[in-house]
Write a protein of this length. Structure first.
Length: 211
């Protein structure tokens, strides 16, 4: 998302657990030129393969570019990856299309977030949550849900983003989300109410991880 923003492109995505019809519908509305997708994922220890959704999705997008060496095009001649250089664009320049299951696709203005949209969040982080440089924030929501980009503005404050790829309710041996929060000294965590419901149902306790 940051790489896309650096060149003035708009970033978005569909929730990974959506079915083929829903994914195709959402991606057609976004009308992307480039799609970056994982071919499989794990949930509760079970592997899910997404090829059956990716192929029809790609076929339904008339403006998508096909490139087998896309990631290689960004490298220098010696194989290194250059630092991001952000285009200096106005505050109303679009950044992301933010989706939610109850979202209505009525006007372009309603579905696109701009840089100025995040100013109010910065106010909350500084004055209400007292976050500062050196703190670590956690968010496990995937692109496609309206709050996946909730903590991105904290980057401007020198705050570290902790990226978690997995099911926050999952417990395997000595591995739980509570251990993550403790081990990596998370200062602030955005955890949804449904996640807490899942932790309670699965009996994933914080126990010794909370000091």
């Amino acid at each position: 998302m940051l790489a896309a923003t650096s060149i003035g492109a708009i970033w978005s995505g569909a929730l990974p657990y959506y079915g083929t019809r829903a994914v195709c519908s959402i991606m057609q509305k976004i009308d992307p030129k480039i799609v970056i997708a994982g071919d499989r994922a794990q949930d509760y220890g079970e592997e899910y393969v997404y090829f059956d959704k990716l192929a029809p999705m790609a076929e339904s997008l008339p403006n998508m570019h096909v490139s087998k060496g896309f990631l290689e095009t960004g490298k220098e001649a010696d194989g290194t990856v250059p630092d991001l250089v952000f285009e200096q664009l106005p505050t109303n320049h679009p950044i992301t299309i933010n989706l939610t299951p109850r979202y209505h696709w009525q006007t372009k203005a309603r579905r696109i977030l701009c840089r100025v949209t995040f100013i109010s969040l910065l106010r909350d982080y500084v004055f209400h949550l007292d976050l500062k440089s050196g703190d670590v924030v956690y968010n496990d929501t995937p692109p496609g849900w309206t709050v996946w980009d909730y903590e991105l503005p904290t980057l401007s404050l020198g705050i570290t983003q902790f990226l978690y790829n997995g099911n926050p309710v999952y417990e395997k041996e000595d591995f739980t989300v509570w251990k993550i929060l403790s081990k990596y000294k998370i200062s602030y965590a955005f955890i949804s109410t449904t996640c807490f419901d899942g932790l309670e149902i699965e009996k994933v306790r914080c126990g010794k991880y909370v000091s």
